[in-house]
Design a protein around this ligand. Structure first.
Ligand SMILES: [Zn+2]
Ligand SMILES: [Zn+2]
Length: 358
């Protein structure tokens, strides 16, 4: 349970994060991170004695070489020098993309070190969560996979059980490829049905391989799912998995792009659900990990829900009050959605729980 003292929270920020820019018409463009920083300042978070701003360092070349192939790094360097070429169809290249991506992803690693050295209990990295990048390729707005780099760093610190709790509406397909056969990493991903949603991966049957069988958990939701089915699936799956695994560190990616205002995808959760999930994961971090948790919040493409979600997560971690506006999702879960979600939850339990002895 959360201790009675206030948790120390590091907020990763410097002006360089603001320069990460895929262009004026792209969901990730100039202004996005500055807006978040200003928002939490206006809401008094930066005045709290338990909140500190931490200066992100670029991802080291050494860690980059462990996270990505030589060929892929050479490709990004080339695009970076010339400003010509794209990472993939959704992810345009730009001049100096190499350096800017090292900063945007390095922020998460700086946060990991701040938690591991005991400076803070939790960190929040507003640019982090590049979960679509694989060892050999980038894509889906992701250049360097900071989730994988964070895990590699934690393993170097000697940690044996690391939980990735990824509630971004898109499946963390890149991260999944790194640790698919590794019981030292449990990845739980809640996302929209991959049949129609990018990256078209993250099916329930994909539960890991070899020694890692059962440690990769994919739960997906039909289009238009709202809080009630999401709440149900969370309660059925997440607490028993965490209780069994007893992680030593939690990397948490909240699902701001699963919010009903975010129309890059089609789920309809509210900030009430974001608060519920964040509280539960936060409590688990105090129960099992002595508080050690990093939050990567890169996703979220509608300003209103992005700010409300960010404020909600900051509020849970810091204890500072923040209330988003009353949430008005367009409709409720219907019978068909309930049936599909019940079936999916049952399928996950049947496949995964016996592997883990739950
Ligand atoms: Zn805490
Ligand atoms: Zn996403």
């Amino acid at each position: 349970m959360s201790s009675s003292r206030l948790c120390k929270v590091g907020f990763l920020w410097n002006e360089l994060l603001e320069s990460f820019d895929f262009g004026r018409k792209h969901p990730i463009r100039i202004g996005r991170f500055k807006m978040l920083r200003n928002f939490i300042e206006e809401n008094g978070f930066l005045d709290q004695s338990n909140v500190q701003v931490i200066n992100p360092q670029p991802l080291s070349e050494e860690l980059l070489e462990k996270t990505h192939s030589e060929d892929y790094l050479a490709k990004v360097r080339m695009i970076s020098e010339t400003g010509v070429g794209d990472i993939d169809i959704d992810t345009p290249g730009f001049k100096n993309i190499y350096f800017h991506s090292r900063i945007a992803s390095g922020a998460s690693i700086t946060g990991i070190h701040s938690v591991m050295s005991g400076d803070v209990d939790h960190f929040i990295s507003p640019t982090g969560g590049f979960h679509h990048a694989t060892f050999e390729s980038g894509g889906g707005f992701c250049i360097f996979n900071d989730v994988a780099a964070s895990v590699i760093t934690l393993k170097q610190c000697g940690l044996k059980r690391i939980l990735i709790a990824d509630f971004d509406v898109h499946h963390g397909n890149g991260t999944q490829t790194y640790f698919y056969d590794d019981p030292g990493v449990m990845q739980i991903s809640f996302h929209e049905d991959p049949e129609w949603m990018y990256p078209h991966d993250g099916f329930i049957k994909d539960i890991g391989a070899g020694a890692g069988c059962g440690y990769n958990i994919n739960m997906h939701f039909p289009m238009d799912s709202c809080d009630s089915v999401y709440h149900y699936a969370f309660d059925e799956l997440v607490p028993p998995l965490i209780k069994m695994y007893k992680p030593e560190f939690i990397i948490f990616i909240p699902g701001f792009d699963a919010h009903y205002k975010d129309r890059l995808a089609h789920l309809n959760i509210t900030t009430d659900m974001i608060r519920y999930v964040t509280k539960s994961i936060h409590e688990a971090a105090h129960t099992h990990c002595n508080g050690k948790m990093g939050v990567l919040t890169g996703g979220g493409y509608t300003n209103a829900s992005l700010k409300w979600g960010f404020g909600t997560v900051m509020s849970v971690l810091t204890g500072h009050t923040y209330e988003p506006p009353v949430q008005e999702p367009p409709f409720d879960d219907d019978e068909e959605t309930w049936n599909q979600v019940r079936q999916n939850v049952m399928k996950v339990k049947e496949l995964v729980f016996p592997e883990l002895g739950i």
